[in-house]
Design a protein around this ligand. Structure first.
Ligand SMILES: [Zn+2]
Length: 464
């Protein structure tokens, strides 16, 4: 990609860190030189590119640490309103994993790349500057698309002990071993290592890998220990799905007589470098354990709201657990997810004062940055990495406006995203992707997903 130059962006409001945590500054310029924020000034600085539109809210580049651009695209508009469920509580093992797997085999390299590009386009247009993306290791195209499109990318290729877990007619998941495959996950660890070798650190560290054992019920103790050891050797973050359904809790109880969190703790995984997605079936004592261990919960409320389930931001945050907000691939709209996290928390707790706007904004800025040990991200201060998200607060639906943080969480939507900068490069400006033909990317990605929808097994999964 083209080397970053210098850019000055005017914010009517700038969420900057003046040393005591984030605060909203009025009428400031953010000067970016190369890949770093150089200064925050009152006077207009000189720079090669000047963005000086009025009414902009300049935020740190938002971080979305849990997304699946491929598997959820397969399910989109098929699985709302109770669709595709067949009395099964979770569609992870009935729809998402098997159809993604078939899709990977069916699609060409160009088609897989098209799906990856479409998801990154959606993420950028939703305001994300960083994404952590767990995906099956047969889609290296996720890395290719991230590299060419400029987003900050933590690719998290899955590791499984049981990669072909399937739900039966009774809704119970069977974890059958595959012919010719060892259940220690060594093949997936080898694949992860070779992807790490190829991709980690590209473009001065913009592209990285996270270790990604899929879930507690699909990964045995031997694999989980090996994952943790390898990740810690490389200082890579570890991410996993944890307590995402009651079925998973039952499975882990019957195998080990532990909760999923206790299972991970017994293997040494529950630690500050672990990012655990969902945790909706965690007990209160699990949350206390996670808080004590410094583990992060990745809260993705809308994918669960789709099925009438609660994933309550304030429950995790209120238990003292570090809690970040992610999109889980559902609609790749971080602003919408923030609104849902705030709204669902208040409704469930029947209190207006929980999950307030500053807390919710922290959950997509400095909280996820801390979770991946990146104090240079999620903050606007001189010397920080130049990742920024700029929101246009001049639209009629945002006026009148007293508090820009509350406006962002309660009134704004993804169509208000004006600019996204990563490493000093403007990837989105004026709400449109720079250097990307949005129509071509959308058409090609959609056509590829439609080929998966046309499969007989997809028709059966969705339509009966
Ligand atoms: Zn997930």
């Amino acid at each position: 990609m083209k080397a970053p130059t210098s850019t000055a962006i005017f914010g009517t409001w700038v969420l900057a860190d003046a040393g005591g945590g984030p605060e909203v500054l009025r009428d400031r310029w953010v000067l970016v030189e190369g890949r770093r924020i150089a200064a925050i000034t009152v006077d207009r600085p000189s720079a090669e590119t000047i963005l000086d539109a009025p009414g902009r809210f300049v935020l740190p580049g938002l971080l979305d640490l849990h997304n699946h651009g491929f598997s959820e695209a397969v399910a989109r508009t098929h699985t709302e309103d109770g669709g595709g469920r067949h009395k099964v509580e979770s569609i992870v093992y009935t729809v998402l994993l098997p159809l993604t797997r078939r899709g990977i085999d069916l699609l060409t390299h160009e088609e897989r790349l098209a799906v990856a590009r479409l998801s990154i386009l959606q993420l950028l247009k939703g305001g994300a500057a960083t994404v952590m993306e767990p995906f099956r290791n047969g889609i290296p195209e996720m890395f290719e698309a991230a590299e060419e499109m400029g987003i900050r990318f933590y690719g998290a290729p899955y590791l499984f002990s049981t990669a072909n877990a399937k739900a039966g007619a009774d809704g119970r998941v069977a974890y059958a071993a595959e012919a010719g495959r060892s259940d220690d996950g060594s093949a997936d660890l080898a694949a992860w290592n070779s992807l790490h070798e190829k991709w980690n650190g590209r473009d001065e560290g913009r592209i990285r890998l996270a270790m990604s054992p899929h879930a507690t019920d699909t990964c045995g103790p031997e694999l989980l220990r090996a994952c943790a050891a390898r990740a810690r050797e490389l200082h890579a973050p570890i991410t996993i799905h944890l307590a995402q359904s009651a079925g998973e809790v039952e499975t882990i109880r019957s195998r080990y007589n532990k909760t999923p969190a206790e299972y991970l703790d017994s293997l040494g995984l529950l630690a500050p470098d672990l990012l655990a997605a969902h945790c909706i079936a965690s007990s209160d004592s699990d949350l206390a354990l996670m808080a004590a261990r410094g583990t992060t919960v990745l809260n993705c409320p809308r994918v669960f709201a789709r099925t009438g389930k609660r994933a309550v931001f304030s429950r995790f945050a209120g238990a003292g657990v570090r809690t970040a907000i992610g999109t889980d691939g559902y609609n790749l709209d971080l602003l919408g997810e923030m609104n849902a996290a705030a709204m669902i928390s208040k409704v469930v707790e029947e209190r207006g004062d929980v999950a307030n706007a500053p807390e919710i904004i922290d959950a997509v800025t400095r909280t996820p940055a801390a979770a991946i040990a990146r104090p240079d991200l999620g903050t606007i201060r001189p010397g920080a990495t130049a990742d920024l998200t700029v929101v246009d607060l001049t639209h009629p639906h945002l006026q009148p406006l007293h508090d820009p943080r509350r406006a962002l969480v309660w009134l704004a939507n993804r169509a208000d995203i004006d600019a996204v900068m990563v490493d000093g490069r403007l990837l989105l400006a004026g709400g449109r992707a720079a250097n990307i033909d949005e129509n071509a990317v959308t058409t090609a990605g959609t056509a590829a997903i439609r080929r998966i929808w046309d499969l007989p097994e997809a028709q059966a999964a969705f339509n009966s």
